[in-house]
Design a protein around this ligand. Sequence first.
Ligand SMILES: NC(=O)c1ccc[n+]([C@@H]2O[C@H](COP(=O)([O-])OP(=O)(O)OC[C@H]3O[C@@H](n4cnc5c(N)ncnc54)[C@H](OP(=O)(O)O)[C@@H]3O)[C@@H](O)[C@H]2O)c1
Length: 336
Amino acid sequence: MKRIASLLFALTLVLLLAACAGTPNAPAAPPESAGGVKTNAFDLEKGTVLLNSGYEMPVVGIGTFMLTEEQAENSVYWALKAGTRLIDTAAAYNNEAGVGRGIQRAIDEGICTREEIFVTTKLWPSNYNERGVDRALETLGLNYIDLMLLHQPAGDYMGGYAALEKAVSDGKLRSIGLSNFSDEQFAEVAASATILPAVHQVETHIFNQHTAMRGFLNQYGTVLEAWFPLGGRGHTQEHLGNETITAIAEAHGVSAAQIIIRWHIQDGHIAIPGSSNEAHIIEDHNVFSFELTDEEMQAIRALNTDTAYYPGMGATSEETQAQFEQWANEWGLNID
Ligand SMILES: NC(=O)c1ccc[n+]([C@@H]2O[C@H](COP(=O)([O-])OP(=O)(O)OC[C@H]3O[C@@H](n4cnc5c(N)ncnc54)[C@H](OP(=O)(O)O)[C@@H]3O)[C@@H](O)[C@H]2O)c1
């Protein structure tokens, strides 16, 4: 009897191991941090999340899309002064130099040290190589970058990801990740990665909550980061004026923007609201002194309609290029 039980146990173990080995898209490395601590633990007391790279990342930051160099300098400086420790920029925003100046101003005034802040930038497909990484370091005026993302699933993104991995081993980058990739494209990169993406930055807001993608990313220990957390320029009124949001805001005596940002981080995604207004920047950082109830979280989750304002790229590289050129004209993106 005892022998049969042992045999059954051994058989179950073999079947379990076989099932794990056959999991589609299973990452090569376990989704645990260097310290062996489970990833994706949002600590809302500290305002950070532990990434699968072993580094801690603040869960609320300042976004700089559409800001001029001068606006970016001021916004970053105001954000650091307000206590924000996460900054998001990109080569395509043409404002990395301003971001670097804002950081330096805050460091010079003793507001923060370099080690206390977390700087993210992104490579554009035309620069998916080592030179792109070096250029970002030079333009930002930094000797390492906390997180670098591939901005779009276009061009040689496999080669670009390998360049990011090399830059990690060279000490130029700490964590690396992706932005705007489909699950299939993400899995393609992860399958040959030696360092799993720590973060995936995608358009995420109350009307586009990406619940399925979050489940998918969990198996890699990858954290979702929300761009357009307030709906993006041109759409914020639909979000901030939403009746469910304004009712919850009234109940807590805070603003609609604060309710939405709090929902993001309580639901497990990093939020990087963009702003060039100091009062908004202070407000957007102050989301740690109140908590949404389970009912309020559910009411906001129920607003989801899976509506993205910018859904994916064109299927062919010509269509993708045309889309990029349209964005360059519309938004002043630097796509060279
Ligand atoms: N990876 C990507 O492809 C991608 C794409 C887009 C964006 N991003 C990143 O994500 C960040 C966030 O996206 P976003 O800036 O485009 O959109 P967003 O954060 O959803 O919305 C920005 C808008 O919200 C307003 N706002 C901010 N705080 C507010 C407050 N407390 N009250 C009222 N209005 C407020 C801003 O106006 P004021 O300036 O007047 O405050 C601005 O018009 C970007 O800045 C960028 O860093 C990444």
